[in-house]
Design a protein around this ligand. Structure first.
Ligand SMILES: Cc1cc2nc3c(=O)[nH]c(=O)nc-3n(C[C@H](O)[C@H](O)[C@H](O)COP(=O)(O)O)c2cc1C
Length: 187
């Protein structure tokens, strides 16, 4: 797959097959991630590859976070919603936590967040080049203390993305507005 084709065809995958993604593909994704542009070469990222028993633990934390949210929203069938959230994670092959090491300076933090986002996207595109799908997830689970503990996130760090990784069961179509409608050409 050439780079442009990968950029155009990549989609967030919501439904994954259960067959495992080889560690070599995860390594290839991480190698791509660390090539992301980053100002002053701060390389402000860290990655945690979550598999096996740790992934089951993460799935249980997802249940707790989803249950809390559904109950606070007074949603009927809160437990069923939370159970579904758990199963979604429990069935995955791998989740990669992308962590930003937070600089003291707020402006540097903002630039570093951009760099970590680039790294996350590079990782996703590298996966896509190997026929592997990803899903960049955020939300309350990225701040949930047991998840921070599981990923050994220090006080000067934060989770920028929990990237689900697996072979796609289906690839959704997600339309975009035309680039021309978003662009001002100056002469
Ligand atoms: C910073 C960031 C956070 C995201 N967090 C979530 C999320 O928590 N849940 C979710 O369903 N999608 C999340 N996404 C994925 C977007 O929803 C997705 O990229 C968008 O729907 C467009 O789909 P596509 O990636 O297939 O083009 C996130 C994407 C980014 C860049």
């Amino acid at each position: 797959m050439d780079l442009y084709e990968g950029l155009i065809s990549r989609r967030t995958i919501h439904r994954f097959r259960t067959d495992p993604v080889p560690d070599d593909i995860i390594r290839l994704m991480l190698s791509a991630a660390i090539q992301a542009p980053n100002h002053h070469l701060t390389q402000p990222w860290r990655f945690v590859v979550i598999r096996g028993q740790s992934l089951q633990e993460l799935a249980n934390y997802r249940y707790e976070v989803a249950l809390d949210k559904a109950q606070r929203q007074n949603r009927p069938h809160a437990e069923r919603i939370a159970e579904q959230a758990r199963t979604e994670f429990a069935m995955l092959s791998v989740v990669v936590a992308v962590i930003q090491v937070l600089a003291d300076d707020p402006y540097r933090q903002q630039e570093d967040y951009a760099a970590v986002s680039c790294a996350t996207y590079a990782m996703m595109l590298a996966a896509w080049s190997q026929g592997v799908g990803t899903y960049w997830g955020t939300g309350a689970i990225t701040r949930y203390p047991p998840v921070l503990k599981l990923c050994q996130v220090a006080d000067n760090e934060r989770i920028v993305a929990l990237v689900r990784v697996g072979y796609p069961k289906e690839i959704p179509h997600v339309p975009r507005m035309a680039a021309e409608d978003k662009t001002l050409w100056l002469t």
